[in-house]
Design a protein around this ligand. Structure first.
Ligand code: GLN
Length: 284
C-alpha cells in the first residue's frame, strides 16, 4: 500500500516525464487531483497526512484522474470546477476556464462601481459567469445582466449564480447585444474571445479543450472587440464605461478602436504579470 507522499511524487514524475504536455504547475495539479480522489480533502489535510497509506479504491480513482490529465484534459474539466476571485465556479467544456488574468477585469470594474448605490452592469459573453457573479457578490446593490449566446454555457452560469447566492444577476441568451432591446447600463464589461484564429496556441494545452467561440476572433483576434466597441455606446448611459479584457500585446490596438469609436478617458490597466490586460473608455 502506497503512502500519500510517495504516490504524489510518483504521479508528478509521470506527469512531467511520460506525458507530452508542458505543465508549469504540475505539482499544484497533482495535489488538486489527489485531494479530489481523497473526497475533497483540504490542502492542510494533505500536507499533514503525507505518511498515511491510501486505500486501493482511492488509489484507483486517483489513477483514473491522472490518466485523464496525461491525455491532456484540463484539470478544471476533470474536477468540474475552478477557483476564481476566491470562489469555486463549476466549469464544463461549454465554458472558458476562468483565468487569474481575468481577476484584473473584476478589480478594475469594482473600482468603478459604488458600494451602496444602484448601478446597472452588463457582462458580455459571461461563460461560467465568473466575472458577473464575482462583481455581483461584491456589490449587492448593483444589478447585473449577464449574456452569452451559448445556451449550455448559460446553464452553467445560472447554476453558479444560484449556488453562490448571486441574486442580483439576470442571465440572458444573447449574441452580444442582440436580445437587449433598449436596456441601458452604467458599465459594460467583457472578456471576449481575442486570440487570432490561426494562432498556434489554439492547438496546444488546455485551449484545445475549451470552446473555440470563447477564444478565437477573426484574423487578428480583434473582430469581437471591434463589434462590441461599435455597439456598446448605444447601450451605455451618459458617462458610462466600456471595459474589455484583451491579449497581452493588444492594448494599443484596443485603445485605438475605442478612440475611433469616440470613447473618452481611454486607459489600460496591467495584470499581475505586468501585461496591459484591460482597456476601458467612457461615453460622453
Ligand atoms: N486569456 C486567454 C488565453 O490567452 C484567452 C481568453 C479569451 O480569449 N478571452 O488563453
Amino acid at each position: 500500500m502506497a503512502k500519500i507522499r510517495n504516490l504524489a511524487a510518483c504521479a508528478l514524475n509521470r506527469l512531467q516525464k511520460e506525458s507530452q504536455l508542458e505543465i508549469p504547475e504540475a505539482r499544484i495539479e497533482i495535489r488538486a487531483l489527489l485531494r479530489h480522489a481523497l473526497g475533497d480533502a483540504s490542502p492542510a489535510w494533505l500536507i499533514a497526512h503525507g505518511e498515511d497509506t491510501i486505500g486501493e479504491e482511492t488509489r484507483h480513482h486517483f489513477e483514473l484522474l491522472l490518466q485523464r490529465r496525461m491525455q491532456g484534459e484540463p484539470v478544471a474539466h476533470i474536477l468540474g470546477q475552478r477557483e476564481f476571485y476566491g470562489r469555486e465556479f463549476a466549469v464544463t467544456p461549454d465554458t472558458l476556464i476562468p483565468r487569474p488574468d481575468t481577476e484584473t477585469l473584476v478589480e478594475v470594474a469594482l473600482g468603478k462601481i459604488p458600494q451602496a448605490k444602484e448601478f446597472h452592469i452588463l457582462d458580455l459573453g459571461t461563460g461560467s459567469g465568473a466575472v458577473a457573479i464575482s462583481i455581483a457578490l461584491e456589490r449587492p446593490h448593483a444589478s447585473i445582466v449577464a449574456v452569452d449566446r451559448s445556451h449550455p454555457a448559460l446553464v452553467v452560469a445560472q447554476n453558479n449564480g444560484t449556488r453562490l447566492g448571486a441574486n442580483n444577476v439576470r442571465f440572458i441568451e444573447s449574441d452580444w447585444f442582440s436580445a437587449l432591446n433598449n436596456q441601458s447600463f452604467d458599465l459594460i464589461v467583457s472578456n471576449p474571445p481575442y486570440i487570432a484564429q490561426d494562432d498556434i496556441h489554439l492547438q496546444q494545452g488546455d485551449l484545445r479543450f475549451e470552446p473555440l467561440s470563447a477564444l478565437a476572433s477573426g484574423a487578428d483576434g480583434l473582430a469581437d472587440i471591434r463589434r462590441i466597441s461599435a455597439s456598446a455606446r448605444r447601450y451605455l448611459n451618459p458617462q458610462g464605461w466600456l471595459m474589455m479584457e484583451h491579449g497581452y500585446n493588444q492594448a494599443d490596438k484596443v485603445a485605438e478602436i475605442l478612440h475611433q469609436d469616440q470613447y473618452h478617458n481611454i486607459m489600460t490597466i496591467a495584470d499581475l504579470a505586468g501585461h496591459g490586460r484591460v482597456t476601458m473608455g467612457q461615453k460622453d
